[in-house]
Design a protein around this ligand. Structure first.
Ligand SMILES: Nc1ncnc2c1ncn2[C@@H]1O[C@H](COP(=O)(O)OP(=O)(O)OP(=O)(O)O)[C@@H](O)[C@H]1O
Length: 347
Protein backbone atom coordinates (compact mmCIF):
# COMPACT_ATOMS: atom_id res chain seq x y z
CA UNK A 1 0.00 0.00 0.00
CA UNK A 2 2.72 2.47 0.92
CA UNK A 3 4.34 1.58 -2.42
CA UNK A 4 1.14 2.63 -4.18
CA UNK A 5 1.09 5.91 -2.31
CA UNK A 6 4.75 6.58 -3.03
CA UNK A 7 4.07 6.05 -6.71
CA UNK A 8 1.50 8.80 -6.89
CA UNK A 9 2.94 11.22 -4.37
CA UNK A 10 4.55 14.36 -5.74
CA UNK A 11 8.19 15.13 -5.23
CA UNK A 12 7.78 17.37 -2.20
CA UNK A 13 11.36 17.82 -1.12
CA UNK A 14 11.12 21.57 -1.55
CA UNK A 15 9.93 23.73 1.30
CA UNK A 16 6.77 25.49 0.12
CA UNK A 17 4.82 22.43 -0.91
CA UNK A 18 1.37 23.83 -1.34
CA UNK A 19 2.51 26.49 -3.81
CA UNK A 20 4.91 24.29 -5.76
CA UNK A 21 2.62 21.35 -6.35
CA UNK A 22 0.85 21.70 -9.66
CA UNK A 23 -1.41 19.40 -11.65
CA UNK A 24 -3.33 16.36 -10.49
CA UNK A 25 -2.49 12.73 -11.17
CA UNK A 26 -4.94 9.85 -11.36
CA UNK A 27 -3.93 6.28 -10.60
CA UNK A 28 -6.39 3.36 -10.50
CA UNK A 29 -9.30 5.78 -10.55
CA UNK A 30 -8.09 7.62 -7.41
CA UNK A 31 -6.99 11.16 -8.20
CA UNK A 32 -4.12 12.81 -6.37
CA UNK A 33 -5.02 16.50 -6.12
CA UNK A 34 -2.99 19.64 -5.53
CA UNK A 35 -3.86 22.11 -2.77
CA UNK A 36 -4.96 24.51 -5.52
CA UNK A 37 -7.43 21.83 -6.66
CA UNK A 38 -8.77 21.47 -3.12
CA UNK A 39 -9.32 25.24 -2.95
CA UNK A 40 -10.98 25.50 -6.33
CA UNK A 41 -13.16 22.37 -6.02
CA UNK A 42 -14.49 23.59 -2.67
CA UNK A 43 -14.83 27.21 -3.96
CA UNK A 44 -12.37 28.23 -1.26
CA UNK A 45 -14.02 26.13 1.44
CA UNK A 46 -17.29 28.02 1.02
CA UNK A 47 -19.68 25.26 2.15
CA UNK A 48 -18.99 23.34 5.35
CA UNK A 49 -21.16 20.20 5.41
CA UNK A 50 -19.82 18.54 8.53
CA UNK A 51 -17.12 18.59 11.14
CA UNK A 52 -15.64 16.19 13.62
CA UNK A 53 -12.86 15.94 16.13
CA UNK A 54 -10.24 15.51 13.41
CA UNK A 55 -11.46 17.24 10.31
CA UNK A 56 -13.78 19.63 8.51
CA UNK A 57 -15.85 18.41 5.59
CA UNK A 58 -16.61 20.72 2.65
CA UNK A 59 -18.84 20.32 -0.37
CA UNK A 60 -16.81 19.97 -3.57
CA UNK A 61 -18.06 20.35 -7.14
CA UNK A 62 -16.44 18.15 -9.74
CA UNK A 63 -16.80 18.45 -13.49
CA UNK A 64 -20.31 17.99 -14.80
CA UNK A 65 -21.77 19.47 -11.58
CA UNK A 66 -21.14 16.18 -9.76
CA UNK A 67 -20.93 16.74 -6.01
CA UNK A 68 -18.32 15.27 -3.66
CA UNK A 69 -17.09 15.89 -0.11
CA UNK A 70 -13.57 17.02 0.80
CA UNK A 71 -12.60 15.88 4.30
CA UNK A 72 -9.75 18.21 5.27
CA UNK A 73 -7.26 17.60 8.09
CA UNK A 74 -5.14 20.69 8.68
CA UNK A 75 -2.84 21.98 11.32
CA UNK A 76 -0.92 19.30 13.16
CA UNK A 77 1.12 16.19 12.61
CA UNK A 78 -1.36 14.25 14.77
CA UNK A 79 -4.28 15.16 12.50
CA UNK A 80 -2.09 14.34 9.52
CA UNK A 81 -1.47 10.85 10.92
CA UNK A 82 -5.23 10.30 11.32
CA UNK A 83 -5.62 11.38 7.67
CA UNK A 84 -2.88 8.98 6.48
CA UNK A 85 -4.33 6.09 8.40
CA UNK A 86 -7.83 6.71 6.97
CA UNK A 87 -6.40 7.15 3.47
CA UNK A 88 -4.50 3.87 3.57
CA UNK A 89 -7.58 2.00 4.75
CA UNK A 90 -9.99 3.58 2.25
CA UNK A 91 -7.59 2.79 -0.60
CA UNK A 92 -8.10 -0.89 0.04
CA UNK A 93 -11.86 -0.83 0.67
CA UNK A 94 -14.54 -1.20 -1.94
CA UNK A 95 -18.02 -2.04 -0.78
CA UNK A 96 -21.49 -0.71 -1.64
CA UNK A 97 -22.03 0.30 2.00
CA UNK A 98 -18.66 1.91 2.67
CA UNK A 99 -18.06 5.52 1.59
CA UNK A 100 -16.04 5.62 -1.61
CA UNK A 101 -12.69 7.40 -1.88
CA UNK A 102 -12.40 9.41 -5.10
CA UNK A 103 -9.08 11.17 -4.52
CA UNK A 104 -6.86 12.92 -2.01
CA UNK A 105 -4.34 15.69 -1.32
CA UNK A 106 -1.26 14.90 0.79
CA UNK A 107 1.52 17.35 1.67
CA UNK A 108 3.38 14.56 3.57
CA UNK A 109 3.66 16.68 6.70
CA UNK A 110 0.65 18.23 8.30
CA UNK A 111 -2.14 18.67 5.78
CA UNK A 112 -4.21 16.03 4.08
CA UNK A 113 -7.62 15.92 2.44
CA UNK A 114 -9.78 13.00 1.30
CA UNK A 115 -12.19 13.45 -1.59
CA UNK A 116 -15.19 11.24 -0.86
CA UNK A 117 -18.42 10.50 -2.65
CA UNK A 118 -21.11 12.89 -1.40
CA UNK A 119 -24.02 11.49 0.60
CA UNK A 120 -26.81 14.07 0.29
CA UNK A 121 -29.02 12.99 3.21
CA UNK A 122 -26.37 13.58 5.88
CA UNK A 123 -25.77 11.26 8.78
CA UNK A 124 -28.10 8.85 10.60
CA UNK A 125 -27.84 10.72 13.91
CA UNK A 126 -29.29 13.86 12.28
CA UNK A 127 -31.96 11.83 10.48
CA UNK A 128 -33.16 10.24 13.73
CA UNK A 129 -33.17 13.58 15.52
CA UNK A 130 -36.63 14.74 16.57
CA UNK A 131 -36.07 18.06 14.76
CA UNK A 132 -35.54 16.25 11.45
CA UNK A 133 -38.25 17.10 8.90
CA UNK A 134 -38.69 13.49 7.87
CA UNK A 135 -39.48 10.54 10.14
CA UNK A 136 -37.28 7.66 9.03
CA UNK A 137 -39.70 4.82 8.12
CA UNK A 138 -39.33 1.46 9.87
CA UNK A 139 -38.40 -0.43 6.72
CA UNK A 140 -35.50 1.99 6.13
CA UNK A 141 -34.35 1.52 9.71
CA UNK A 142 -34.10 -2.25 9.30
CA UNK A 143 -32.39 -1.77 5.92
CA UNK A 144 -29.81 0.56 7.50
CA UNK A 145 -29.05 -1.98 10.25
CA UNK A 146 -28.67 -4.67 7.60
CA UNK A 147 -26.42 -2.56 5.36
CA UNK A 148 -24.16 -1.46 8.24
CA UNK A 149 -23.88 -5.12 9.32
CA UNK A 150 -22.86 -6.00 5.75
CA UNK A 151 -20.18 -3.27 5.76
CA UNK A 152 -18.90 -4.58 9.10
CA UNK A 153 -18.93 -8.17 7.84
CA UNK A 154 -16.78 -6.98 4.94
CA UNK A 155 -14.12 -5.24 7.04
CA UNK A 156 -14.13 -7.87 9.80
CA UNK A 157 -14.26 -11.03 7.77
CA UNK A 158 -13.76 -10.49 4.07
CA UNK A 159 -10.75 -8.16 3.91
CA UNK A 160 -7.17 -9.18 4.33
CA UNK A 161 -5.81 -7.99 6.69
CA UNK A 162 -9.01 -7.54 8.62
CA UNK A 163 -10.07 -4.11 9.91
CA UNK A 164 -11.68 -2.98 13.16
CA UNK A 165 -13.56 0.31 12.54
CA UNK A 166 -13.18 1.50 16.12
CA UNK A 167 -15.91 4.17 16.08
CA UNK A 168 -19.23 2.66 15.00
CA UNK A 169 -21.88 5.31 15.75
CA UNK A 170 -24.87 6.89 14.03
CA UNK A 171 -22.97 10.02 12.94
CA UNK A 172 -20.55 7.77 11.05
CA UNK A 173 -23.38 6.29 9.00
CA UNK A 174 -24.19 8.43 5.95
CA UNK A 175 -27.39 8.30 3.89
CA UNK A 176 -27.86 8.61 0.14
CA UNK A 177 -30.90 10.01 -1.63
CA UNK A 178 -32.76 6.68 -1.30
CA UNK A 179 -31.82 6.36 2.39
CA UNK A 180 -29.37 3.57 1.70
CA UNK A 181 -26.37 3.92 3.95
CA UNK A 182 -22.59 3.95 3.85
CA UNK A 183 -20.19 3.58 6.75
CA UNK A 184 -17.62 6.40 6.95
CA UNK A 185 -14.81 7.74 9.17
CA UNK A 186 -12.04 5.17 9.27
CA UNK A 187 -9.74 7.58 11.15
CA UNK A 188 -9.88 5.39 14.28
CA UNK A 189 -9.65 2.06 12.48
CA UNK A 190 -7.11 -0.60 13.41
CA UNK A 191 -5.74 -3.03 10.87
CA UNK A 192 -4.83 -6.67 11.50
CA UNK A 193 -2.63 -7.20 14.49
CA UNK A 194 -2.57 -3.54 15.49
CA UNK A 195 -6.11 -4.06 16.80
CA UNK A 196 -4.91 -6.77 19.16
CA UNK A 197 -2.02 -4.83 20.67
CA UNK A 198 -2.63 -3.35 24.06
CA UNK A 199 -1.31 0.24 24.26
CA UNK A 200 2.17 0.04 25.78
CA UNK A 201 1.98 3.04 28.08
CA UNK A 202 -0.22 2.81 31.15
CA UNK A 203 -3.87 3.48 30.42
CA UNK A 204 -4.18 5.15 33.79
CA UNK A 205 -1.69 7.88 33.03
CA UNK A 206 -3.68 10.91 31.91
CA UNK A 207 -0.49 12.59 30.75
CA UNK A 208 0.43 9.82 28.39
CA UNK A 209 0.71 11.20 24.90
CA UNK A 210 1.14 7.87 23.17
CA UNK A 211 -2.22 6.32 23.98
CA UNK A 212 -5.05 7.50 21.77
CA UNK A 213 -8.22 5.90 23.00
CA UNK A 214 -10.78 5.47 20.25
CA UNK A 215 -14.56 5.46 20.29
CA UNK A 216 -17.25 7.96 21.29
CA UNK A 217 -19.32 8.54 24.45
CA UNK A 218 -22.40 6.33 24.61
CA UNK A 219 -20.96 3.80 22.14
CA UNK A 220 -17.77 2.63 23.81
CA UNK A 221 -17.47 -0.98 24.83
CA UNK A 222 -16.80 -1.14 28.60
CA UNK A 223 -14.36 -4.00 27.95
CA UNK A 224 -12.32 -1.75 25.62
CA UNK A 225 -12.35 1.02 28.25
CA UNK A 226 -10.87 -1.43 30.76
CA UNK A 227 -8.28 -3.11 28.54
CA UNK A 228 -7.52 -0.68 25.70
CA UNK A 229 -7.62 -3.62 23.29
CA UNK A 230 -9.56 -2.84 20.14
CA UNK A 231 -11.43 -5.80 18.69
CA UNK A 232 -14.20 -6.66 16.26
CA UNK A 233 -16.41 -7.18 19.30
CA UNK A 234 -16.05 -3.51 20.24
CA UNK A 235 -17.50 -2.69 16.81
CA UNK A 236 -20.37 -5.10 17.53
CA UNK A 237 -21.04 -3.19 20.78
CA UNK A 238 -21.21 0.14 18.90
CA UNK A 239 -23.53 -1.52 16.38
CA UNK A 240 -25.80 -2.68 19.24
CA UNK A 241 -26.14 0.94 20.39
CA UNK A 242 -26.94 2.08 16.82
CA UNK A 243 -29.72 -0.56 16.62
CA UNK A 244 -31.16 0.77 19.91
CA UNK A 245 -31.15 4.26 18.37
CA UNK A 246 -32.91 2.98 15.24
CA UNK A 247 -35.64 1.30 17.32
CA UNK A 248 -36.16 4.03 19.93
CA UNK A 249 -35.30 7.17 17.92
CA UNK A 250 -33.33 8.27 21.00
CA UNK A 251 -29.75 9.50 21.11
CA UNK A 252 -26.90 7.32 22.42
CA UNK A 253 -26.35 10.01 25.06
CA UNK A 254 -29.35 12.22 25.78
CA UNK A 255 -28.44 15.85 25.07
CA UNK A 256 -30.83 17.05 27.80
CA UNK A 257 -30.20 14.63 30.65
CA UNK A 258 -26.84 13.14 29.71
CA UNK A 259 -28.34 9.67 30.15
CA UNK A 260 -26.85 6.82 28.14
CA UNK A 261 -29.26 4.84 25.98
CA UNK A 262 -27.61 1.56 27.01
CA UNK A 263 -28.54 2.36 30.61
CA UNK A 264 -32.12 3.40 29.78
CA UNK A 265 -32.54 0.22 27.73
CA UNK A 266 -30.87 -2.09 30.28
CA UNK A 267 -34.07 -3.52 31.90
CA UNK A 268 -35.60 -4.25 28.49
CA UNK A 269 -32.39 -5.83 27.20
CA UNK A 270 -32.25 -7.96 30.32
CA UNK A 271 -35.82 -9.19 29.68
CA UNK A 272 -35.05 -9.90 26.04
CA UNK A 273 -32.01 -11.99 26.98
CA UNK A 274 -34.23 -13.97 29.39
CA UNK A 275 -37.45 -14.23 27.39
CA UNK A 276 -36.46 -13.74 23.73
CA UNK A 277 -39.51 -13.54 21.45
CA UNK A 278 -41.80 -14.12 24.46
CA UNK A 279 -41.18 -10.61 25.73
CA UNK A 280 -44.42 -8.69 26.29
CA UNK A 281 -45.40 -6.57 23.29
CA UNK A 282 -46.34 -3.72 25.60
CA UNK A 283 -42.77 -3.41 26.90
CA UNK A 284 -41.43 -3.35 23.34
CA UNK A 285 -43.91 -0.65 22.34
CA UNK A 286 -42.91 1.48 25.34
CA UNK A 287 -39.35 1.57 24.04
CA UNK A 288 -40.27 2.06 20.37
CA UNK A 289 -39.94 5.46 18.71
CA UNK A 290 -43.45 6.98 19.13
CA UNK A 291 -43.14 8.58 15.69
CA UNK A 292 -43.45 5.09 14.17
CA UNK A 293 -46.94 4.45 15.58
CA UNK A 294 -48.61 5.31 12.24
CA UNK A 295 -46.00 3.65 10.05
CA UNK A 296 -47.66 0.96 7.93
CA UNK A 297 -44.30 -0.81 7.43
CA UNK A 298 -43.92 -1.41 11.18
CA UNK A 299 -43.97 -5.06 12.25
CA UNK A 300 -43.65 -5.74 15.99
CA UNK A 301 -41.94 -9.12 15.39
CA UNK A 302 -39.25 -7.29 13.41
CA UNK A 303 -38.86 -4.83 16.27
CA UNK A 304 -38.30 -7.79 18.62
CA UNK A 305 -35.69 -9.18 16.22
CA UNK A 306 -33.85 -5.85 16.09
CA UNK A 307 -33.91 -5.60 19.90
CA UNK A 308 -32.68 -9.19 20.16
CA UNK A 309 -29.75 -8.35 17.88
CA UNK A 310 -28.94 -5.25 19.96
CA UNK A 311 -29.14 -7.24 23.20
CA UNK A 312 -26.68 -9.85 21.91
CA UNK A 313 -24.28 -7.23 20.58
CA UNK A 314 -24.17 -5.51 23.99
CA UNK A 315 -23.43 -8.66 26.00
CA UNK A 316 -20.43 -9.08 28.26
CA UNK A 317 -17.96 -10.67 28.07
CA UNK A 318 -17.37 -9.70 24.43
CA UNK A 319 -16.95 -13.35 23.40
CA UNK A 320 -20.75 -13.74 23.85
CA UNK A 321 -21.46 -11.14 21.17
CA UNK A 322 -22.30 -12.30 17.63
CA UNK A 323 -20.06 -11.73 14.62
CA UNK A 324 -21.16 -9.31 11.90
CA UNK A 325 -21.96 -12.22 9.55
CA UNK A 326 -24.18 -13.83 12.22
CA UNK A 327 -26.06 -10.52 12.49
CA UNK A 328 -26.43 -10.33 8.69
CA UNK A 329 -27.82 -13.88 8.62
CA UNK A 330 -30.26 -13.24 11.48
CA UNK A 331 -31.58 -10.07 9.87
CA UNK A 332 -32.02 -11.73 6.47
CA UNK A 333 -33.86 -14.68 8.00
CA UNK A 334 -36.10 -12.81 10.40
CA UNK A 335 -36.91 -9.52 8.71
CA UNK A 336 -38.96 -10.16 5.58
CA UNK A 337 -39.25 -6.41 4.90
CA UNK A 338 -35.59 -6.43 3.85
CA UNK A 339 -36.73 -8.13 0.68
CA UNK A 340 -37.95 -4.73 -0.57
CA UNK A 341 -34.28 -3.93 -1.15
CA UNK A 342 -32.95 -5.04 -4.47
CA UNK A 343 -29.74 -6.09 -2.77
CA UNK A 344 -28.99 -9.66 -1.87
CA UNK A 345 -26.84 -10.77 1.05
CA UNK A 346 -23.81 -8.96 -0.39
CA UNK A 347 -25.53 -5.76 -1.59
N1 LIG B 1 -19.00 11.92 2.20
C1 LIG B 1 -19.80 12.70 2.93
N2 LIG B 1 -20.97 13.17 2.44
C2 LIG B 1 -21.79 13.93 3.20
N3 LIG B 1 -21.52 14.30 4.47
C3 LIG B 1 -20.37 13.86 5.02
C4 LIG B 1 -19.45 13.04 4.29
N4 LIG B 1 -18.40 12.74 5.09
C5 LIG B 1 -18.65 13.33 6.28
N5 LIG B 1 -19.82 14.01 6.25
C6 LIG B 1 -20.44 14.77 7.37
O1 LIG B 1 -19.40 15.21 8.25
C7 LIG B 1 -19.55 14.60 9.55
C8 LIG B 1 -18.19 14.30 10.16
O2 LIG B 1 -17.50 13.38 9.33
P1 LIG B 1 -16.42 12.35 9.93
O3 LIG B 1 -17.05 11.55 11.02
O4 LIG B 1 -15.82 11.60 8.79
O5 LIG B 1 -15.37 13.37 10.56
P2 LIG B 1 -14.32 13.14 11.76
O6 LIG B 1 -13.48 14.37 11.87
O7 LIG B 1 -13.59 11.85 11.50
O8 LIG B 1 -15.29 13.01 13.00
P3 LIG B 1 -15.15 12.21 14.39
O9 LIG B 1 -15.07 13.26 15.44
O10 LIG B 1 -16.44 11.42 14.47
O11 LIG B 1 -13.96 11.30 14.30
C9 LIG B 1 -20.42 13.36 9.29
O12 LIG B 1 -21.14 12.97 10.46
C10 LIG B 1 -21.36 13.86 8.20
O13 LIG B 1 -22.40 14.63 8.74
Amino acid sequence: MSCFLTCVRFDDSTTDKKSKITGSVSVSGITCYTWGDVESLTSNFSRLIGSGGYSSIYLARLSGAKKAAFKVHVGSHRLYQVFRSELEILLRLQHPHIVKLLGYFDDSEETGALLLEYLPQGNLQEKLNHNSKQVLPWRNRTAIAFQVAQAMEHIHEKCSPQIVHGDIKSSNILLDKNLNCKLCDFGSARVGFSSMVQPSTTMSSPRSKQVRMIGSPGYTDPHYLRTGIASKKMDMYGFGVVVLELVSGKEAVSAKKGEMLVHTAAPLIHDICDLGANIAEEKVRQFLDPRLSKDSSLDIEEVKTMLGVAAFCLRSPPSLRPSASQVVQTLVQKIPSLSFLSCGKEA
